[in-house]
Design a protein around this ligand. Structure first.
Ligand code: PMP
Length: 421
Protein backbone atom coordinates (compact mmCIF):
# COMPACT_ATOMS: atom_id res chain seq x y z
CA UNK A 1 0.00 0.00 0.00
CA UNK A 2 3.01 2.29 0.35
CA UNK A 3 2.82 2.39 -3.45
CA UNK A 4 -0.23 4.61 -3.08
CA UNK A 5 1.94 7.36 -1.69
CA UNK A 6 4.77 6.88 -4.15
CA UNK A 7 2.62 6.85 -7.30
CA UNK A 8 -0.38 8.90 -6.03
CA UNK A 9 -2.99 6.25 -6.80
CA UNK A 10 -6.65 7.17 -7.15
CA UNK A 11 -9.19 5.99 -4.59
CA UNK A 12 -10.38 3.30 -7.05
CA UNK A 13 -6.84 2.02 -7.50
CA UNK A 14 -6.29 1.98 -3.74
CA UNK A 15 -9.52 -0.03 -3.34
CA UNK A 16 -8.50 -2.44 -6.08
CA UNK A 17 -5.38 -3.28 -4.11
CA UNK A 18 -7.31 -3.89 -0.88
CA UNK A 19 -8.54 -7.44 -0.37
CA UNK A 20 -10.95 -7.67 2.55
CA UNK A 21 -10.98 -11.48 2.60
CA UNK A 22 -7.20 -11.59 3.05
CA UNK A 23 -7.49 -9.10 5.88
CA UNK A 24 -10.36 -10.98 7.55
CA UNK A 25 -8.26 -14.14 7.64
CA UNK A 26 -5.94 -12.30 10.04
CA UNK A 27 -8.74 -12.01 12.63
CA UNK A 28 -9.77 -15.46 13.93
CA UNK A 29 -12.74 -14.13 15.92
CA UNK A 30 -14.41 -12.92 12.71
CA UNK A 31 -14.93 -16.55 11.73
CA UNK A 32 -17.05 -17.21 14.83
CA UNK A 33 -20.80 -17.74 14.91
CA UNK A 34 -23.18 -16.39 17.56
CA UNK A 35 -26.59 -18.04 17.97
CA UNK A 36 -25.61 -20.17 14.96
CA UNK A 37 -25.22 -17.11 12.76
CA UNK A 38 -22.01 -15.64 11.42
CA UNK A 39 -20.78 -12.89 13.71
CA UNK A 40 -21.19 -9.41 12.25
CA UNK A 41 -19.06 -7.17 14.44
CA UNK A 42 -20.13 -3.54 14.15
CA UNK A 43 -18.97 -2.36 17.57
CA UNK A 44 -15.55 -1.22 16.47
CA UNK A 45 -15.80 2.23 18.05
CA UNK A 46 -16.03 0.52 21.45
CA UNK A 47 -13.13 -1.81 20.78
CA UNK A 48 -11.56 -3.49 17.76
CA UNK A 49 -10.77 -7.15 17.20
CA UNK A 50 -7.15 -8.26 17.25
CA UNK A 51 -5.17 -9.63 14.33
CA UNK A 52 -3.20 -12.80 14.90
CA UNK A 53 0.14 -10.95 14.85
CA UNK A 54 -0.89 -8.91 17.90
CA UNK A 55 -2.01 -11.94 19.92
CA UNK A 56 1.15 -13.79 18.89
CA UNK A 57 3.28 -10.85 19.98
CA UNK A 58 1.73 -11.02 23.47
CA UNK A 59 2.28 -14.78 23.62
CA UNK A 60 5.84 -14.43 22.35
CA UNK A 61 6.53 -11.70 24.92
CA UNK A 62 5.39 -13.72 27.93
CA UNK A 63 7.01 -16.94 26.71
CA UNK A 64 10.33 -15.46 25.65
CA UNK A 65 11.05 -11.90 26.74
CA UNK A 66 9.42 -11.56 30.14
CA UNK A 67 11.44 -9.71 32.79
CA UNK A 68 10.90 -6.41 34.50
CA UNK A 69 12.42 -3.62 32.49
CA UNK A 70 14.85 -0.73 32.98
CA UNK A 71 16.54 -1.81 36.18
CA UNK A 72 17.88 -5.21 35.23
CA UNK A 73 21.45 -5.93 34.14
CA UNK A 74 20.54 -9.42 33.00
CA UNK A 75 19.87 -10.52 29.45
CA UNK A 76 16.10 -10.94 29.65
CA UNK A 77 15.56 -7.61 31.35
CA UNK A 78 17.61 -5.86 28.71
CA UNK A 79 15.70 -7.60 25.93
CA UNK A 80 12.36 -6.61 27.49
CA UNK A 81 13.60 -3.04 27.96
CA UNK A 82 14.68 -2.86 24.35
CA UNK A 83 11.26 -4.18 23.24
CA UNK A 84 9.45 -1.52 25.25
CA UNK A 85 11.69 1.30 24.02
CA UNK A 86 11.50 0.10 20.42
CA UNK A 87 7.69 0.17 20.80
CA UNK A 88 7.97 3.77 21.97
CA UNK A 89 10.03 4.64 18.88
CA UNK A 90 7.45 2.91 16.70
CA UNK A 91 4.64 5.02 18.20
CA UNK A 92 6.84 8.08 17.70
CA UNK A 93 7.20 7.27 13.99
CA UNK A 94 3.50 6.44 13.68
CA UNK A 95 2.46 9.84 15.05
CA UNK A 96 5.50 11.59 13.56
CA UNK A 97 6.47 12.96 16.96
CA UNK A 98 9.76 14.84 17.09
CA UNK A 99 11.25 12.65 19.82
CA UNK A 100 10.56 9.31 21.49
CA UNK A 101 10.67 11.02 24.88
CA UNK A 102 7.44 12.79 23.91
CA UNK A 103 5.64 9.42 23.93
CA UNK A 104 4.26 8.36 27.32
CA UNK A 105 2.61 4.97 27.72
CA UNK A 106 -0.59 5.12 29.75
CA UNK A 107 -3.46 2.71 30.40
CA UNK A 108 -5.44 4.36 27.62
CA UNK A 109 -7.09 7.56 26.48
CA UNK A 110 -8.89 8.03 29.78
CA UNK A 111 -5.74 7.85 31.86
CA UNK A 112 -3.87 10.09 29.43
CA UNK A 113 -6.54 12.81 29.68
CA UNK A 114 -6.65 12.48 33.47
CA UNK A 115 -2.87 12.88 33.54
CA UNK A 116 -3.00 16.14 31.60
CA UNK A 117 -6.07 17.38 33.49
CA UNK A 118 -4.29 16.84 36.78
CA UNK A 119 -0.73 17.89 35.93
CA UNK A 120 -1.43 20.72 33.51
CA UNK A 121 -3.94 22.40 35.80
CA UNK A 122 -1.53 22.05 38.72
CA UNK A 123 1.27 23.73 36.77
CA UNK A 124 -0.59 26.36 34.80
CA UNK A 125 -4.06 27.06 36.10
CA UNK A 126 -5.29 29.32 38.88
CA UNK A 127 -8.86 29.56 40.22
CA UNK A 128 -11.25 30.91 37.56
CA UNK A 129 -8.93 29.96 34.68
CA UNK A 130 -10.78 28.06 31.98
CA UNK A 131 -10.63 24.99 29.79
CA UNK A 132 -12.65 24.81 26.56
CA UNK A 133 -14.16 21.44 25.66
CA UNK A 134 -16.94 20.62 23.21
CA UNK A 135 -20.47 19.31 23.49
CA UNK A 136 -19.50 16.17 21.55
CA UNK A 137 -16.86 14.90 23.98
CA UNK A 138 -16.75 11.44 25.46
CA UNK A 139 -17.20 11.49 29.25
CA UNK A 140 -13.47 10.87 29.56
CA UNK A 141 -12.82 14.31 28.10
CA UNK A 142 -15.41 15.98 30.34
CA UNK A 143 -15.26 14.47 33.80
CA UNK A 144 -11.48 14.86 34.39
CA UNK A 145 -11.87 18.61 33.76
CA UNK A 146 -15.00 18.81 35.90
CA UNK A 147 -13.07 17.21 38.74
CA UNK A 148 -10.65 20.11 38.53
CA UNK A 149 -13.56 22.53 39.01
CA UNK A 150 -13.95 21.14 42.51
CA UNK A 151 -10.24 20.74 43.20
CA UNK A 152 -8.78 23.93 41.73
CA UNK A 153 -11.75 26.16 41.06
CA UNK A 154 -11.25 26.21 37.30
CA UNK A 155 -14.10 26.76 34.82
CA UNK A 156 -15.14 24.63 31.85
CA UNK A 157 -16.66 26.18 28.73
CA UNK A 158 -18.38 24.19 26.03
CA UNK A 159 -18.28 24.61 22.23
CA UNK A 160 -21.78 24.07 20.79
CA UNK A 161 -22.60 21.44 18.15
CA UNK A 162 -24.67 22.26 15.06
CA UNK A 163 -27.70 20.34 13.78
CA UNK A 164 -25.54 18.37 11.33
CA UNK A 165 -23.27 17.32 14.17
CA UNK A 166 -20.37 19.68 13.55
CA UNK A 167 -18.61 22.04 15.90
CA UNK A 168 -19.72 25.64 15.69
CA UNK A 169 -16.40 27.40 15.08
CA UNK A 170 -17.81 30.90 15.61
CA UNK A 171 -19.13 29.74 18.96
CA UNK A 172 -15.68 28.28 19.69
CA UNK A 173 -13.98 31.56 18.91
CA UNK A 174 -16.34 33.47 21.20
CA UNK A 175 -15.44 31.27 24.18
CA UNK A 176 -11.83 32.46 24.41
CA UNK A 177 -10.96 34.92 27.13
CA UNK A 178 -7.83 35.99 28.98
CA UNK A 179 -8.60 33.12 31.33
CA UNK A 180 -8.53 30.37 28.71
CA UNK A 181 -5.55 28.10 29.45
CA UNK A 182 -6.29 24.96 27.43
CA UNK A 183 -8.58 23.57 24.72
CA UNK A 184 -9.45 19.87 24.80
CA UNK A 185 -11.27 18.47 21.78
CA UNK A 186 -11.99 15.13 20.19
CA UNK A 187 -10.53 14.50 16.74
CA UNK A 188 -13.43 12.23 15.75
CA UNK A 189 -16.74 11.93 17.59
CA UNK A 190 -17.51 8.41 18.83
CA UNK A 191 -21.25 9.10 18.40
CA UNK A 192 -21.54 11.26 15.29
CA UNK A 193 -18.45 10.15 13.40
CA UNK A 194 -17.70 13.83 12.74
CA UNK A 195 -14.06 14.45 11.87
CA UNK A 196 -13.37 17.78 13.52
CA UNK A 197 -11.15 20.37 11.83
CA UNK A 198 -8.52 20.03 14.53
CA UNK A 199 -5.80 21.74 12.49
CA UNK A 200 -8.00 24.83 12.32
CA UNK A 201 -9.06 24.51 15.97
CA UNK A 202 -5.41 24.34 17.00
CA UNK A 203 -4.47 27.27 14.79
CA UNK A 204 -7.20 29.40 16.37
CA UNK A 205 -6.09 28.46 19.90
CA UNK A 206 -2.40 29.01 19.17
CA UNK A 207 -3.20 32.49 17.82
CA UNK A 208 -4.16 33.19 21.47
CA UNK A 209 -1.22 31.25 22.92
CA UNK A 210 -3.51 28.50 24.19
CA UNK A 211 -2.34 24.87 23.89
CA UNK A 212 -4.64 22.09 22.65
CA UNK A 213 -5.17 18.49 23.71
CA UNK A 214 -6.65 16.25 21.01
CA UNK A 215 -8.51 13.07 21.94
CA UNK A 216 -7.53 10.79 19.08
CA UNK A 217 -9.23 7.62 20.35
CA UNK A 218 -11.54 7.45 17.32
CA UNK A 219 -9.13 8.97 14.80
CA UNK A 220 -5.94 6.93 15.04
CA UNK A 221 -7.60 3.66 13.87
CA UNK A 222 -9.02 5.30 10.75
CA UNK A 223 -6.68 7.94 9.35
CA UNK A 224 -3.04 8.95 9.26
CA UNK A 225 -2.21 11.32 12.13
CA UNK A 226 0.82 13.60 12.13
CA UNK A 227 1.12 15.46 15.41
CA UNK A 228 3.73 17.87 14.09
CA UNK A 229 1.63 18.74 11.08
CA UNK A 230 -1.41 19.27 13.32
CA UNK A 231 0.81 21.13 15.77
CA UNK A 232 -1.09 19.42 18.65
CA UNK A 233 0.31 20.08 22.11
CA UNK A 234 -1.08 16.82 23.48
CA UNK A 235 -2.53 13.91 21.49
CA UNK A 236 -3.95 10.79 23.15
CA UNK A 237 -5.28 7.42 22.04
CA UNK A 238 -6.07 3.87 23.26
CA UNK A 239 -4.38 0.68 22.10
CA UNK A 240 -7.52 -1.43 22.14
CA UNK A 241 -9.32 0.77 19.62
CA UNK A 242 -6.47 0.47 17.16
CA UNK A 243 -6.27 -3.35 16.99
CA UNK A 244 -3.87 -3.51 19.95
CA UNK A 245 -4.37 -4.85 23.46
CA UNK A 246 -6.48 -3.41 26.26
CA UNK A 247 -4.80 -1.63 29.14
CA UNK A 248 -2.32 0.38 27.10
CA UNK A 249 -2.54 3.75 25.43
CA UNK A 250 -0.48 6.74 24.52
CA UNK A 251 -0.05 10.32 25.59
CA UNK A 252 1.94 12.38 23.13
CA UNK A 253 2.99 15.74 24.51
CA UNK A 254 5.31 18.39 23.22
CA UNK A 255 8.50 18.26 25.24
CA UNK A 256 8.10 21.90 26.25
CA UNK A 257 4.86 21.02 28.08
CA UNK A 258 5.85 17.63 29.45
CA UNK A 259 9.02 19.15 30.88
CA UNK A 260 7.04 21.80 32.71
CA UNK A 261 4.17 19.79 34.19
CA UNK A 262 4.60 17.70 37.33
CA UNK A 263 4.39 13.88 37.49
CA UNK A 264 0.91 12.42 37.74
CA UNK A 265 1.75 9.47 39.96
CA UNK A 266 4.70 8.74 42.22
CA UNK A 267 6.57 5.47 42.61
CA UNK A 268 9.31 3.44 40.98
CA UNK A 269 10.60 4.23 37.48
CA UNK A 270 9.60 7.88 37.65
CA UNK A 271 12.41 8.90 40.01
CA UNK A 272 16.09 9.71 39.55
CA UNK A 273 16.85 9.42 43.26
CA UNK A 274 14.85 9.16 46.48
CA UNK A 275 15.68 10.13 50.02
CA UNK A 276 13.48 11.22 52.87
CA UNK A 277 14.97 14.69 52.56
CA UNK A 278 14.54 15.15 48.82
CA UNK A 279 13.43 13.18 45.75
CA UNK A 280 14.43 13.97 42.18
CA UNK A 281 12.20 12.96 39.30
CA UNK A 282 13.39 11.03 36.28
CA UNK A 283 13.74 12.56 32.85
CA UNK A 284 11.12 12.25 30.10
CA UNK A 285 9.34 10.03 29.34
CA UNK A 286 9.92 8.02 32.54
CA UNK A 287 8.79 10.86 34.78
CA UNK A 288 5.23 9.97 33.75
CA UNK A 289 5.52 6.18 33.89
CA UNK A 290 5.41 5.34 37.59
CA UNK A 291 5.54 1.63 38.42
CA UNK A 292 6.11 -1.34 36.15
CA UNK A 293 4.74 -0.40 32.75
CA UNK A 294 2.88 -2.79 30.46
CA UNK A 295 6.05 -3.68 28.57
CA UNK A 296 4.35 -6.59 26.80
CA UNK A 297 1.32 -4.49 25.90
CA UNK A 298 3.52 -1.77 24.44
CA UNK A 299 5.19 -4.20 22.05
CA UNK A 300 1.81 -5.62 21.03
CA UNK A 301 0.50 -2.11 20.43
CA UNK A 302 3.53 -1.40 18.23
CA UNK A 303 2.76 -4.61 16.33
CA UNK A 304 -0.82 -3.42 15.79
CA UNK A 305 0.37 -0.07 14.45
CA UNK A 306 2.75 -1.88 12.11
CA UNK A 307 -0.12 -4.08 10.96
CA UNK A 308 -2.40 -1.20 9.98
CA UNK A 309 0.51 0.63 8.38
CA UNK A 310 1.10 -2.39 6.18
CA UNK A 311 -2.55 -2.31 5.08
CA UNK A 312 -2.14 1.42 4.58
CA UNK A 313 -3.97 4.25 6.32
CA UNK A 314 -5.15 5.58 2.98
CA UNK A 315 -6.64 2.22 1.97
CA UNK A 316 -8.33 1.97 5.37
CA UNK A 317 -9.84 5.45 5.06
CA UNK A 318 -11.07 4.89 1.50
CA UNK A 319 -12.50 1.43 2.16
CA UNK A 320 -14.23 2.42 5.42
CA UNK A 321 -15.60 5.53 3.70
CA UNK A 322 -17.20 3.27 1.08
CA UNK A 323 -18.75 1.08 3.77
CA UNK A 324 -20.16 4.11 5.56
CA UNK A 325 -21.64 5.54 2.36
CA UNK A 326 -23.25 2.20 1.49
CA UNK A 327 -24.67 1.65 4.98
CA UNK A 328 -25.99 5.23 5.15
CA UNK A 329 -27.69 4.95 1.79
CA UNK A 330 -29.30 1.62 2.62
CA UNK A 331 -30.45 2.74 6.05
CA UNK A 332 -31.99 5.96 4.75
CA UNK A 333 -33.75 4.00 1.99
CA UNK A 334 -35.76 2.22 4.70
CA UNK A 335 -37.54 5.49 5.48
CA UNK A 336 -38.44 6.93 8.90
CA UNK A 337 -34.85 6.65 10.08
CA UNK A 338 -32.99 9.44 11.87
CA UNK A 339 -29.23 9.46 11.44
CA UNK A 340 -27.32 11.48 14.03
CA UNK A 341 -24.24 13.06 12.51
CA UNK A 342 -24.37 14.24 8.91
CA UNK A 343 -21.07 16.08 8.81
CA UNK A 344 -19.29 16.49 5.49
CA UNK A 345 -16.20 14.86 7.01
CA UNK A 346 -17.25 11.64 8.73
CA UNK A 347 -15.53 8.44 9.78
CA UNK A 348 -17.26 5.05 9.85
CA UNK A 349 -19.79 5.60 12.64
CA UNK A 350 -23.51 5.36 12.01
CA UNK A 351 -25.73 6.46 14.91
CA UNK A 352 -29.43 6.18 14.28
CA UNK A 353 -32.95 5.60 15.52
CA UNK A 354 -35.47 3.72 13.40
CA UNK A 355 -39.08 4.78 13.76
CA UNK A 356 -40.15 4.60 17.38
CA UNK A 357 -38.08 1.56 18.26
CA UNK A 358 -36.12 1.89 21.47
CA UNK A 359 -32.38 1.53 20.82
CA UNK A 360 -32.09 -1.22 23.39
CA UNK A 361 -34.79 -3.32 21.67
CA UNK A 362 -33.10 -2.81 18.32
CA UNK A 363 -29.74 -3.82 19.80
CA UNK A 364 -31.19 -6.99 21.33
CA UNK A 365 -32.91 -8.03 18.13
CA UNK A 366 -29.84 -7.39 16.01
CA UNK A 367 -27.80 -9.38 18.49
CA UNK A 368 -30.03 -12.44 17.99
CA UNK A 369 -29.24 -12.15 14.29
CA UNK A 370 -25.52 -12.16 15.03
CA UNK A 371 -25.05 -8.42 14.59
CA UNK A 372 -23.14 -6.65 17.37
CA UNK A 373 -23.99 -2.95 17.65
CA UNK A 374 -23.87 -0.62 20.63
CA UNK A 375 -26.91 1.07 22.09
CA UNK A 376 -27.34 3.81 24.66
CA UNK A 377 -25.64 7.11 25.35
CA UNK A 378 -22.16 6.00 24.25
CA UNK A 379 -20.55 7.77 27.23
CA UNK A 380 -21.65 11.10 25.78
CA UNK A 381 -24.70 12.08 27.81
CA UNK A 382 -24.25 15.85 27.25
CA UNK A 383 -24.33 15.19 23.49
CA UNK A 384 -27.48 13.08 23.88
CA UNK A 385 -29.08 16.09 25.56
CA UNK A 386 -28.14 18.28 22.57
CA UNK A 387 -29.58 15.66 20.21
CA UNK A 388 -32.72 15.45 22.34
CA UNK A 389 -32.57 11.68 22.74
CA UNK A 390 -31.69 9.27 25.52
CA UNK A 391 -29.63 7.08 23.33
CA UNK A 392 -29.02 5.81 19.82
CA UNK A 393 -28.10 2.60 18.03
CA UNK A 394 -24.53 2.81 16.81
CA UNK A 395 -22.97 0.69 14.09
CA UNK A 396 -19.27 1.39 13.71
CA UNK A 397 -17.15 -0.06 10.95
CA UNK A 398 -13.65 -1.36 10.47
CA UNK A 399 -11.69 -2.25 7.35
CA UNK A 400 -12.46 -5.93 8.05
CA UNK A 401 -16.21 -5.39 7.61
CA UNK A 402 -17.98 -6.03 4.32
CA UNK A 403 -20.95 -4.84 2.28
CA UNK A 404 -22.53 -8.26 2.77
CA UNK A 405 -22.40 -7.72 6.52
CA UNK A 406 -24.13 -4.38 6.04
CA UNK A 407 -26.86 -6.21 4.09
CA UNK A 408 -27.36 -8.56 7.06
CA UNK A 409 -27.53 -5.56 9.39
CA UNK A 410 -30.07 -3.74 7.19
CA UNK A 411 -32.21 -6.87 6.95
CA UNK A 412 -32.10 -7.01 10.76
CA UNK A 413 -33.24 -3.40 11.09
CA UNK A 414 -36.10 -4.11 8.68
CA UNK A 415 -37.08 -7.19 10.62
CA UNK A 416 -37.05 -5.26 13.89
CA UNK A 417 -39.42 -2.78 12.34
CA UNK A 418 -41.88 -5.37 11.21
CA UNK A 419 -41.77 -7.02 14.62
CA UNK A 420 -41.69 -4.03 16.94
CA UNK A 421 -43.62 -1.26 15.21
N1 PMP B 1 -12.57 9.30 23.79
C1 PMP B 1 -13.31 8.80 22.81
C2 PMP B 1 -13.66 9.68 21.65
C3 PMP B 1 -13.73 7.48 22.86
O1 PMP B 1 -14.48 6.98 21.88
C4 PMP B 1 -13.37 6.68 23.96
C5 PMP B 1 -13.82 5.24 24.08
N2 PMP B 1 -15.13 5.00 23.71
C6 PMP B 1 -12.58 7.26 24.97
C7 PMP B 1 -12.20 8.56 24.84
C8 PMP B 1 -12.15 6.47 26.16
O2 PMP B 1 -11.23 5.49 25.79
P1 PMP B 1 -10.72 4.40 26.84
O3 PMP B 1 -11.93 3.83 27.48
O4 PMP B 1 -9.99 3.42 25.99
O5 PMP B 1 -9.83 5.10 27.81
Amino acid sequence: MYLAFVYRLTSEEVLDMFDVETVRADFPILGHTVYDRPLVYFDNAATTQKPRVVVEKIEHGYYNVNANIHRGVHFLSQAATEGHEEARRRVQRFLNARSASEIIFTRGTTEAINLVASSFTEAFMRPDDEVIVTAMEHHSNIVPWQMQIGRRGIGVKVVPVTGSGELCLEGYERLFSRRTKLVSVTHVSNVLGTVNPVREIIRMAHARNVPVLVDGAQAVPHMGVDVQELDADFYVFSGHKVYGPTGIGVLYGKEKWLDRIPPYQGGGEMIASVSFEETFFNELPFKFEAGTPDYIGSTALAEALGYIERIGMEAIAVYEGELLAYATERLLALGDVRIFGQAAQKSGVLSFLAGRIHPYDMGLLLDRLGVAVRTGHHCAQPLMKVLGVEGTVRASFSFYNTREEIDVFIAGVERARTMLE
